[in-house]
Design a protein around this ligand. Sequence first.
Ligand code: AMP
Length: 430
Amino acid sequence: MRYAAPPYMYDVLPYPSTKEPWLTTARWRAVERHFREMVMRAGYREIRTPILEPTELFKRSIGEATDIVSKEMFTFVDRGERSLTMKPEGTAPAVRACIEHGLFAEHGLLKLYYIGQNFRYERGQKGRYRQHQQLGVEVFGAHDPAIDAEVLALAMNFFTSLGVRCKLHINSVGTAECRARYREALKAYVAPSLQHLSEEGKMRYEVNPLRMLDTKDQRDLAILAGAPVLRDFLTDDSSKHFEQLQGYLAALNIPFAIDDGLVRGFDYYSGTVFEIKGEGLGAQDALGGGGRYDGLVEECGGTAVPGLGFGIGMERCLLALEALGIQPPQEDESPIAFIITAGEQPAVRTTAVTLLHSLRSSGIAADMDYLGKNFRRQFKRADDLGSRFYIIIGEDEVASGTVQLKERTTGEQQKIDIDSVVQYLSGKAL
Ligand code: AMP
């Protein structure tokens, strides 16, 4: 029996695979670090929530009529007869956790970030998986359009500072009341052409009319071309908020396009919504997106606390970097020193093992061979790992309490006391 990862799920390996060379743990960590440093500079604190949540939480927050809840969740009944769902997104779990732990009451403004795995039973393809990771932020407590600008700027800055070219699309979906009025107007407009709509379009017309706008079907797009736009149904407050946001974006020199068709896949959005699209990525070009969800906390059982946030797709970001030939700045995984032993004497190996462990305990990355490789091949291994120094130990060295220390790039070699190796290399490890 040969096992494989579940469909449209993948392994992240320490070495580039032929299938997915862009997917390595070093790149993964580099992008995570880039994100973490950026959001921490802006005062965001990390939240980690369980993979599993009560199914009801997602039904209530994302909405029963959305694609995610109606057909994409990994849901099961546990041994205690509870219906649990592997989280398909990070916002509702963050809201649930903040309500549960009373964080909204304690903090006027709550700025959170997360790096988390999401699960959606999607039709997989390149850039669309059944398990994907999102890098996200959530801000709770503020209505100020300046915070919308901060959140959008963070998402854009994340990509531009990595060298990824992308475009910001924004829209406002207004309040629940704006959307209710618009929904009626949109349905009235589409009604005469209903029989020409795609099956998906017809279904959305019935259960979630705004989602009709989120289609790639050419015929549906043609029918919707002259439809009323949601922006014209916004209340004065919503319009003003959206205009102020645009003013901030202009002041920050962040180019954006207003996209009347942008409604996003979750029901909880209100006011600002946005999406970041990468250039040259084909169909899966959405790199990230988010928006305001001013009614969500209340919907999930909390008090009326406004909120907003974004989620950035990790895999899409890595694919974009790969397509552009950009290597994110990676951590150096090479050892400082590689210990090479000469001869078979047990005392030589014992000395090597002891030195190896004291190097590591002193914070110096070090390694040695365990495969019984000959002298020459041990050097080869050290070279392959990119070690900066070879530490050579033979019978003579053991007898005299010394080692030969050789710098790989310069070839400079010196004999030093075994007791001063750690100190010597500590100076070099900086
Ligand atoms: P969403 O949570 O649907 O708003 O998605 C936010 C971002 O996550 C998207 O812009 C994508 O970059 C990424 N994303 C969403 N779904 C997937 C998926 N199935 N596979 C890979 N990335 C995804």
